[in-house]
Design a protein around this ligand. Structure first.
Ligand code: ZN
Length: 294
């Protein structure tokens, strides 16, 4: 299987991971934020509103893609969005997977999403920090809880997390990472990103409301992992996403440049993506309520 991917790897070097594809596209991030917002306690909601007000915003979906939008001006933050667990490894290993900077150099500090997410959660809850600092942390928490549930953000197969695996999807030349970020979601809803990554926020909100309504109470409770410290959660969430990533590669045909696999792949991937978005939202609400609700 490995050899097949190597043949497909494009000869592109020197590009950062997100130079090629976004995290969940703006639609996915906005949906997770919208769904989470519906489940904040009154106390959490009040604090969120207070932080958002610093920049004249009212809803979490307005900040959900901010770390992607500013990434070009702060390239060192690139690795914070993902963790390169080798595709065929069993699980996350901090020393192996969390010490590479945006230039691909090994460094002493932790650089990956598994470490950065708990760091920002701590900052968000730290009342000694200024409102501006805590708003910055909120932006990262909202974004990274979603990113860590995108299966292709938790693996690498010497292909920049699937960014180098060229495919034809929905009639367009794309790559495996982008198919998981937004291709399948857009295909399901018939959406298309506008210029400058513009999305129809009302339409996305309606879809989020519907998606949220489909989460059963039992699922909601089992996904929330209440009481587990966020550090342990981040590792568990990344490992679970990584297991899904292996399947994402396995389901690709020998030649993903022909489009005859698209319909079958859509049918397999959409339920997986739907549940990952739902889980992200339940867990984002949990993290915010635990951090700001007391
Ligand atoms: Zn991201």
């Amino acid at each position: 299987m490995r050899a097949v991917w190597q043949v497909l790897v494009l000869g592109v070097t020197g590009l950062g991971y997100h130079d090629m594809a976004w995290a969940w596209g703006p639609e996915g991030h906005a949906m997770v934020a919208d769904m989470a917002e519906m489940h904040l306690t009154a106390r959490t909601q009040a604090q969120v509103v207070e932080l958002l007000r610093i920049e004249g915003r009212r809803h979490l979906d307005a900040i959900a893609s901010w770390p992607d939008a500013m990434r070009a001006s702060r390239p060192e933050t690139g690795p914070w969005h993902y963790v390169d667990i080798p595709l065929y490894a069993q699980q996350y290993d901090a020393w192996r997977d969390c010490h590479e900077d945006w230039r691909g150099q090994r460094v002493m500090e932790n650089t990956c999403i598994v470490a950065k997410l708990p760091e920002f959660v701590r900052q968000l809850g730290d009342k000694r920090l200024s409102g501006t600092e805590r708003l910055l942390a909120l932006k990262w928490v909202v974004h990274l809880v979603a990113d860590i549930h995108q299966p292709l953000h938790t693996e690498d197969d010497h292909d920049h997390g699937g960014n180098m695996v060229k495919v034809v999807f929905a009639g367009k030349v794309s790559n495996l990472h982008a198919v998981w970020d937004l291709g399948v979601i857009e295909q399901h809803y018939g959406w298309q990103l506008g210029p400058h990554y513009h999305i129809d926020r009302d339409e996305v909100r309606r879809a989020a409301k519907d998606m949220d309504a489909r989460i059963g109470q039992r699922e909601r409770e089992s996904w929330a992992d209440a009481g587990i410290p966020i550090q342990a959660d981040a590792v568990a969430w990344a490992n679970a996403s990584h297991a899904l990533a292996c399947a994402a590669y396995r389901h690709l045909p020998a030649n993903p440049l022909l489009s005859d696999w698209n319909a079958g792949y859509q049918q397999y991937a959409w339920p997986v993506i739907l549940q990952q978005l739902q889980k992200s939202s339940v867990r984002l609400a949990m993290v915010l309520n635990q951090t700001l609700g007391q």
